[in-house]
Design a protein around this ligand. Structure first.
Ligand SMILES: NC(=O)c1ccc[n+]([C@@H]2O[C@H](COP(=O)([O-])OP(=O)(O)OC[C@H]3O[C@@H](n4cnc5c(N)ncnc54)[C@H](OP(=O)(O)O)[C@@H]3O)[C@@H](O)[C@H]2O)c1
Length: 193
């Protein structure tokens, strides 16, 4: 069965981007600091293994329109070589890239998740945008949370968990993996009985 997973790097003060996200600064001003652990050519063994596992286990991706707009020029493709669903209120024809297709969804997050799960098979549906991740958490549709805490305080930008409407989400910690540039924390979302 497909697992719905969110996977983000955040600062110690909870920011997933710096301020003023734009095509020039897809992670916001100063926000690229968060991804130094992936961008370096001297990744630790643990970082390389986790990054490899994440890439090979993804079967479909859901992002929001902002992620699409600031990301597509950088990727020049889909973010992973799998079908990618883009949440937007604006109807748009599918966009075929080299290793996957962007499908634009405006019928709500449940529809996006249904379409993504249908193509992901046994692999993960990866949530790669803050608004998408939080809508899925609010709807009780997330199975796993992977966050990497970068050793930096950004002070401003967009926080990952700023728009949660659910009163409480119980988590079971499944892994803590230390690395010089980032600390990996993995959680399973405990679903109500
Ligand atoms: N730190 C990390 O590890 C990490 C990882 C991935 C991404 N990021 C960053 O995250 C940012 C993008 O995430 P974000 O949360 O700011 O924005 P986002 O979710 O990518 O985009 C928000 C937009 O998505 C559309 N949308 C969302 N939910 C919808 C729904 N239910 N129905 C219809 N449309 C919907 C809306 O677009 P319309 O206005 O078109 O309707 C909305 O304005 C980027 O800056 C990216 O670089 C960081």
């Amino acid at each position: 069965m497909t697992t719905v997973q969110l996977d983000f790097t955040i600062s110690l003060d909870g920011f997933m981007t710096g301020p003023n996200v734009s095509v020039k600064h897809p992670m916001g001003e100063g926000g690229l600091r968060l991804h130094e652990w992936i961008l370096t050519d001297q990744m630790s063994d643990a970082d390389a293994r986790i990054s490899r596992e994440a890439a090979t286990s993804v079967g479909a991706v859901i992002i929001g329109r902002r992620m699409f707009e600031v990301g597509v020029g950088v990727w020049d493709d889909t973010p992973f070589p799998v079908p990618t669903f883009v949440m937007t209120h604006e109807p748009r024809e599918p966009l075929v890239m080299t290793s996957g297709t962007f499908t634009f969804v405006n019928e709500g997050i449940e529809s996006a998740l249904q379409q993504a799960s249908a193509v992901a098979g046994e692999k993960h549906v990866r949530l790669m945008s803050g608004t998408v991740a939080q809508q899925c958490l609010n709807a009780g549709l997330v199975d796993e949370i992977h966050v990497q805490i970068a050793p930096v305080l950004l002070g401003c930008g967009r926080r990952l968990f700023d728009e949660l409407r659910t009163a409480q989400v119980e988590l079971e910690r499944t892994a803590v993996i230390e690395s010089p540039r980032v600390t990996h924390l993995h959680f399973r979302v405990v679903k109500p009985a």
